[in-house]
Design a protein around this ligand. Structure first.
Ligand code: ATP
Length: 365
């Protein structure tokens, strides 16, 4: 059995289902993110694990112990919320040491563990300050140190970085991952930010309307999304409506005037099935006119610094193309161009996400 195991976990508020039959097995030391849009049930799932929200049905097991109905303060979990919830009248060191004091640890041990936790988040110099004297990033590090100092079985993070500005947030993502690797604490984080989930997690649980729709390693979620929703929620995707032809090892698909052969992983599509051909914008290559699979004309271009994003009108519809900014040869609006892409970059998705209402299959950690 995994270290933290959710089995058919559900939460109903009256007749409304907030979380539906969630299954998730988190291994010891793993960093797993619950990712999804607002209202999809991420926080409710985390709160059930924390013991702050009662479970309607299903089970939660931690290290082999059933904790489904255990009191929150007996679960031995560390929790960090979006709002830092620090005690304003206590110094940084007292905030961090608070959990140890509650556990009635001897003073010398409290002092030693507090110092270690502060060193971990690089706040040794700020031990005597009050929360109001700290920056947002420093406050969030205090909250993290306070959660880690009790050596929790699992660290639960609910949008821990969302109060920080973009640059600080990126720095803290990196730091959070480094700290988690160093202490090896099993961690479950809630976020609605796909790049945050992708960059720091071992595995990502994509949630939609109370259900886990894909549980996989970040790269797999990006390269092999199961549904249209996931393909567009995690990164950008060109989704071209098409029809399946002969179904063999490689599936033939017709999209307007274009016919391609796609190697399909996972469930096969029947001949005649309506599908979406998905190609990521950065996989499209700009080639001379008439030398690619398609020709088109640039409708609009956006400068992104390291890349250009082009909207290109073509016979199969408008396509997004991300091209590296090599400092020369950028296309202009109105330019005609050829477009090509490698065979292995094409994915087929069901035209209708409801076709996958069976919920997620979970990839091994
Ligand atoms: N106490 C409550 N009473 C009734 N409905 C609730 C309650 N808490 C949450 N819900 C509902 O449950 C669903 C899931 O909410 P939840 O907060 O888990 O979503 P979330 O994915 O964390 O969203 P966000 O990113 O906006 O925090 C939503 O439809 C929400 O309105």
């Amino acid at each position: 059995m995994s270290f933290l195991q959710l089995t058919d976990l559900s939460k109903f508020y009256g007749n409304a289902c907030a979380v539906s039959a969630m299954n998730l097995a988190v291994e010891k030391g793993e960093f797993v993110s619950l990712l999804g849009p607002s209202g999809c049930g991420k926080t409710t799932t985390l709160q059930m694990v924390a013991g702050f929200v009662t479970v309607s049905s299903g089970r939660i097991a931690l290290d082999g112990r059933d904790i489904t109905h255990a009191k929150a303060n007996t679960r031995g979990l560390g929790i960090v919320f979006q709002s830092y919830a620090l005690f304003a009248h206590m110094t940084v060191a007292d905030n961090v040491g608070f959990g140890l004091e509650m556990r009635k640890l001897p003073k010398a041990e409290r002092r030693e563990r507090t110092a270690l936790a502060l060193a971990l988040v690089h706040l040794e110099q700020q031990a005597g300050r009050y929360p109001r004297e700290l920056s947002g990033g420093q406050r969030q590090r205090v909250a993290l140190a306070r959660a880690l100092v009790i050596e929790p079985a699992v660290l639960l993070l609910d949008e821990p970085l969302s109060n920080l500005d973009a640059k600080l947030r990126e720095e803290m993502q990196f730091e959070l991952r480094q700290i988690q690797r160093k202490v090896g604490t099993t961690t479950v984080m809630v976020t609605h930010d796909q790049s945050e989930a992708m960059s720091i997690s071992d595995r990502v649980v994509v949630m939609q309307a109370g259900r886990a729709t894909q549980i996989d390693h970040p790269q797999r979620v990006y390269e092999h999304p199961r549904t249209r929703f996931i393909a567009t929620f995690v990164g950008k995707a060109n989704l071209l409506p098409g029809t399946v032809g002969a179904s063999a090892a490689r599936t033939q698909v017709t999209v307007g005037p274009l016919t391609v052969e796609v190697a399909v992983q996972g469930p096969r599509f029947d001949p005649g099935a309506a599908v979406l051909l998905s190609v990521r914008p950065e996989k499209l290559q700009i080639v001379p006119v008439a030398q690619g699979r398609l020709d088109g004309a640039v409708c609009e271009r956006f400068f992104l610094g390291s890349q250009w994003l082009y909207r290109v009108g073509s016979a199969v519809g408008e396509l997004m193309v991300l091209a590296p900014n090599d400092g020369r040869n950028a296309l202009h609006e109105g330019d005609r161009t050829g477009l090509d892409w490698p065979d292995h970059c094409m994915r087929l998705l069901p035209a209708d996400d409801a076709d996958l209402a069976d919920g997620a299959t979970e990839a091994a950690p």
